[in-house]
Design a protein around this ligand. Structure first.
Ligand SMILES: [Zn+2]
Length: 371
């Protein structure tokens, strides 16, 4: 019995829509999950996310374990009470952030230096399960080994090996440590870079251990899009159809829609909110640079057809002014809009799949965002 289950309502080719049922409730797929790096999606609060219709938020275990600390969050009632969020919370294992700190990786785990006080810290598959358990995530991710692409075949092979061994340790520890295993799901992670053969092997070994859902990691790290899609196409058929499939770190419109077409259910990415803070705006007609002087006296909204609270009330000229003078309000209003656009894209994908016209939707998105 797994802690999650996918109820597919409609599929079109490999694309599918429906709901993921969890210990907390359910969320619609395909789903985009905004990233609440340090307990908040930057510049926003949980009420903003409610207003946007967000159903799942990702929180970074690495940042939360360093500050304020998992015991502090547990003392404050866990991630939901701590952040005032009643939707789903998914935590990553911390492995991806630690990877960027050039950690020492051995069979036991990873050792890294805290960016805050220089302390030496150790993260193991078991420790990552405990940290996410104490934080109170609805969905945990296993600690995996990330590789930078392009990678030597030997490095990729070793990452797949260690990820599989660590996944087994995480699964065993999760069963004994977590009080309510049915209420706190654990997802495995498939690695293997852009090598389809390694991806298949990693997927099979991860599925053999048995998880509540499957993340696909180590992609969208600078490789050509075709290579990413080829790796995905090799991976997805190996994953159980009744469990969620999560492509980690992808958030550009074309990447999202292409991956949905291959059968991916959920995504996370910091890009839409980071872009918003730099004045790079997503619209139904492509990207708009709000810093452009052409918008100085523009009284129209960011996107005429967007129903977000920012577009209903404020003009490009006003938002551009706030952005240029560095008012934090600009970050908030522009982040709301960019997230609204990605959530709208997910809504459009769900409708297109349900109506059996996903292919025409996919080519329309590709045409809008063509370089
Ligand atoms: Zn808007």
């Amino acid at each position: 019995m797994t802690a999650t289950r996918v109820a597919v309502v409609a599929s079109d080719g490999s694309a599918r829509t429906g709901r993921v049922h969890t210990g907390r409730g359910s969320y619609r797929i395909p789903a985009f999950m905004p990233v609440g790096t340090r307990g908040a999606v930057k510049a926003l609060d949980s009420a903003d996310l409610d207003g946007l219709g967000v159903e799942v938020v990702l929180a970074n275990t690495y940042h939360l374990m360093l500050r304020p600390g998992v015991e502090e969050i547990a003392a404050l009632g866990g991630i939901h009470r701590f952040t005032g969020w009643s939707g789903h919370a998914l935590t990553d294992s911390g492995g991806y952030q630690v990877h960027s700190l050039h950690p020492v990786v051995d069979d036991d785990g990873v050792e890294f230096t805290s960016v805050y006080d220089g302390a030496k810290l150790h993260l193991t598959p078991e420790g990552a399960v405990e940290a996410q358990g104490r934080i109170g995530a609805d969905i945990q991710m296993v600690l995996d080994v990330c590789t930078t692409l392009p990678a030597e075949p030997g490095a990729l092979r070793q990452a797949v090996e260690r990820t599989a061994v660590w996944a087994g340790r995480a699964r065993r520890h999760h069963r004994t440590f977590v009080d309510r295993p049915e209420g706190q799901a654990l997802f495995g992670i498939v690695q293997g870079g852009t090598d389809p053969v390694l991806r298949v092997e990693s997927a099979r070994r991860t599925v053999e251990i048995g998880f509540d859902g499957y993340g696909i990691g180590g992609l969208s790290v600078g490789e050509p899009r075709e290579a990413m899609l080829e790796a995905l196409a090799a991976t997805v058929p190996e994953l159980p159809p009744d469990l969620p499939r999560y492509l980690m770190g992808v958030g550009d419109p074309v990447g999202l829609v292409e991956a949905i077409g291959l059968g991916i259910d959920q995504f996370d990415c910091v890009a839409p909110t980071r872009m918003a803070r730099h004045g790079s705006i997503l619209t139904g007609r492509g990207r708009l640079n709000l810093r452009n002087a052409a918008h100085t006296r523009d009284d129209t909204p960011l996107d005429e057809s967007c129903g977000c609270s920012t577009c209903l009330r404020w003009s490009k000229g006003y938002l551009r002014h706030l952005l240029l003078v560095g008012e934090p309000t600009a970050w908030r209003l522009l982040s709301i809009h960019n997230l609204a656009q990605l959530l709208l894209l997910m809504e459009q994908a769900r409708s297109a799949i349900a109506a059996g016209r996903f292919e025409s939707f996919r080519s329309r998105v590709a045409a809008v965002w063509a370089p």
